[in-house]
Ligand binder design. Structure first.
Ligand SMILES: [Zn+2]
Length: 107
């Protein structure tokens, strides 16, 4: 695992800079895009694209998040975030394709 895999936990940007060390000696990082500071958590596994594809597949099978987390060995917290982000993206796509017309809102 290299530092090149680092990405911001807030915006997923990979433009990360080192930001000194925190009190327990761990390297602190700062996102150049949103300014979020974070430390690398070595216990947090990097989720591979294969795992994500598998999760997408299992979601279609209407398997519970707890079940998917067990099968794919990811944390339920991570999975919940992943699903939220996914549905968020989908609903945005729907909004974009559903033309809202040229309504003028006068305040
Ligand atoms: Zn960020």
């Amino acid at each position: 695992m290299t530092e090149n895999n680092l990405s911001c936990p807030n915006c997923e940007s990979t433009r990360i800079s080192k930001n000194g060390k925190i009190h327990n000696g761990k390297q602190n990082y700062k996102c150049k895009d949103c300014g979020r500071q974070f430390i690398k958590n070595p216990t947090k596994k990097y989720i591979t694209e294969e795992t994500k594809l598998l999760i997408d597949h299992l979601l279609l099978e209407k398997i519970s998040l707890a079940g998917i987390a067990r099968v794919t060995d990811v944390s339920e917290t991570w999975l919940q975030d992943y699903v939220n982000a996914k549905y968020d993206r989908v609903s945005k796509e729907i909004k974009v394709s559903k033309k809202k017309g040229e309504t003028n809102y006068s305040m």
